[in-house]
Write a protein that binds this ligand. Structure first.
Ligand SMILES: [Zn+2]
Length: 368
């Protein structure tokens, strides 16, 4: 079977659902046609001209990046500008550019879980709660003769998944009534006559994001010309389904900040890092947000972390942290490049040898 670019994107969106992203985060396809057969995937933190040239050299026609390539809408594509040149190179070489950003930061096994793992954290939890998964109650009305087949398909397509249980539904019986109109082709009953049918009402919860496709799959086995169903929005949180930005967890063995920082630098392959606070502090609870997390210094302090690891910490943020007594380690935004190997490995495990991690650093700074 020939894999298409779209097959890879579907897999990524199953792992890192788009609906978890922050509003207005421009994730998804930025350039290209996803219906083309896939050659190779190149995984990168950022899309630069050098990265696109690397893709061309490797014969990769899908670049998967963490940072959105087109963050602000482009008013024009001037191929004399760095951005325009990249667009031109991608289009001339049939290369797709796709990004997964805050959805990847927030999702399980995404950026922040990957960082937390590298930092040796255990018992991790989301740090800053974000939107949770939304659920709906789906109610299907079916003639008694078709109860089993419809109920089974509902379970198979994900209705009634609650914690460690699947196929959770509730069924009641009653009488359905309808009058087929002249253009109808009723499964039961006659045109122009009101029909009363022994019907079953099957109800179960379903992820609102999946609702449309779930309904279409149930419709295939439902006998009625017009499948009767209702949808209610629910206000529930399923077990283990709190989503959030960043992670907070514990070190297996508490250690002094100065010593732990050596481990962090080694794990993230850093030549340097910036620290605010007390280097003698015993570190047990660690919070991490990949990328720019300095706007969360206040909320992280409230979580009682002994150390907050993030990037892009500004001068005044650092002063605030110091005043609050929060230890902060700025590992730089580029520490997020840890995602290259992680995503490459995930794709290769799931889809065969399809992906390569970019070998290029997209760190713009030199430490002089
Ligand atoms: Zn970032």
């Amino acid at each position: 079977m020939v894999l298409t670019i779209s097959d890879i994107i579907k897999q990524l969106e199953t792992l890192f659902p788009k609906h978890l992203a922050y509003d207005k985060d421009p994730i998804g396809l930025h350039i290209g046609n996803v219906n083309r057969p896939l050659t190779k995937v190149l995984v990168t933190l950022d899309v630069t001209q050098a990265v696109v040239e690397e893709a061309i050299e490797l014969g990769a026609n899908l670049i998967v990046a963490h940072h959105p390539f087109i963050y602000h809408p482009l008013a024009s594509i001037n191929t004399n500008t760095p951005k325009g040149k990249i667009v031109e190179l991608c289009i001339k070489n049939d290369i797709c550019v796709y990004s997964m950003h805050t959805n990847f930061d927030i999702a399980k096994n995404g950026m922040n879980d990957c960082l937390a793992h590298a930092l040796g954290l255990i018992h991790t939890k989301p740090l800053i709660p974000t939107k949770r998964e939304e659920y709906s109650k789906l109610i299907i009305y079916v003639p008694a003769t078709h109860l089993d087949v419809v109920r089974e398909v509902m379970g198979e397509v994900g209705v009634g998944q609650i914690g460690a249980y699947s196929h959770c539904t509730f069924t009641t019986s009653g009488t359905g009534a309808f009058k087929p109109l002249p253009d109808s082709q009723p499964f039961i009953g006659q045109v122009g006559e009101i029909e009363y049918v022994d019907e079953m009402k099957i109800e179960g919860v379903v992820k609102t994001a999946n609702l449309h496709q779930v309904i279409e799959k149930i419709r295939v086995v439902h006998p009625y010309e017009e499948m009767a169903y209702d949808v209610y929005q629910l206000n529930v949180t399923m077990p283990n389904e709190q989503y959030g930005l960043g992670r907070i967890g514990q070190l297996e063995q508490p250690m002094e900040a100065a010593e732990y920082i050596k481990h962090v630098k080694q794990s993230l392959n850093l030549s340097h890092a910036r620290f605010v606070g007390n280097l003698n502090k015993k570190i047990k609870t660690v919070a991490v947000i990949g990328g720019s997390g300095s706007s969360y210094i206040g909320p992280v302090k409230a979580k009682k972390a002994d150390l907050f690891i993030t990037g892009d910490v500004g001068f005044h943020d650092a002063q605030d942290a110091l005043e609050m007594g929060l230890n902060v380690l700025d590992v730089g935004h580029h520490a997020e490049c840890i995602m290259k190997q992680h995503v490459t490995q995930l794709l290769n495990d799931l889809m065969g040898e399809v992906a390569i991690a970019s070998t290029l650093s997209t760190e713009p700074f030199q430490f002089v």
